[in-house]
Ligand binder design. Sequence first.
Ligand SMILES: *Cc1c(COP(=O)(O)O)cnc(C)c1O
Length: 391
Amino acid sequence: MKPASDTVSQALTALHETVLPTYARAPLTIVRGEGCRVWDDGGRSYLDFGAGIAVVTLGHCAPGPAAAAHAQLDLLWHASNLYWTEPMLRLAGLLSERLGGGSAFFCNSGAEANEAALKYARKATGRTRVVALEGGFHGRTLGALSATGQPGKWKGFGPLVPGMAFARPNDVESLEAALAPAADTALLLLEPVLGEGGVIPLEPAFAQAAQELAREVGALLCIDEVQAGCGRTGTFFAFEQLGIEPDLVTLAKGLANGLPIGALLAAEHAAAGFVPGDHGSTFGGNPVAAAAACAVVAALDDELLTSVRERGRQLAAGLSGLPGVLEVRGRGLLLGAVLDRPVAPVVDSCRERGLIVLSAGPDVLRLTPPLVVGAAEVDEALAVLAGALSA
Ligand SMILES: *Cc1c(COP(=O)(O)O)cnc(C)c1O
């Protein structure tokens, strides 16, 4: 990898102000990735324990999805949704198989997948009210933002979509209260592990109570698996570990290994929602993204899912012995370490030491490496973290 010249990086830095400042970006320009590593424009390599934000499921430029996408690029980039395409149909079939039946709507992001769920639930129930969780995150578009239980993210963007209520995670009484005006709730929208909200796994008993309550009041249950799905927690869907059978599931981040995609899955038992003309997306089901996604889903076999659980246990055990770690939580390779200090300087220090990690809130370190991460890479990350936390 040839380091970029100083003049090239100066020219790029001058372009920073041409990008709207919606993110507080780190001073790092990533130019290449392979497996669990990325390289910056100076040729320095980093171990990537964020995988984007839980996106690069099989590692950067993974051969399977790369070959599928390359082959599809030579064949067909786009056809409108007025027609069928092969990759979209194959992906729908694979996801239906994983869900045990049901059907898919394809879009391009997690927020769009949740918007589709909100519309589907309104159409299917004839109602409008939505119950979600405090601290939950469902995306930045107005509907998904309105269902996001983080008031800080609403500031300056009201009026929001009306009819949202929030319950505390793993608090059945609070959920009962939120569902109390029973007659008009269309949708109960839950993350199986609250990702952005601090890596808080739902307890199976809470998830089961939520499903029961939703059925009782006639609301649809949608599990937002945008971050936790696609094998990240050690099962294809995170809800498989909760003993529930949701009506709707949303997927996005990890589904196509980094190409943009989102999906709403409706189970066979879910009340019927959409008919032709109800919803759409120009790019939804894009053949290149769908071809890559088929390769990702095919790769998530028992062997890889077992490895996710093993590497998750290794990482969790290592984290719990590090200085300043108060609690380790999460499932599989969606892990959070609650720190006794602000997390931001730790994230910076790790990056300076060649390790990319994420945060979730002010004091939770979030780790979401590619699912193909090896035992030696986990040890390497733990050693860097130990250094950063001891400094
Ligand atoms: C990231 C995320 C979203 C939003 O996905 P985008 O692709 O950024 O729109 C929605 N739900 C959850 C649980 C997420 O983690």
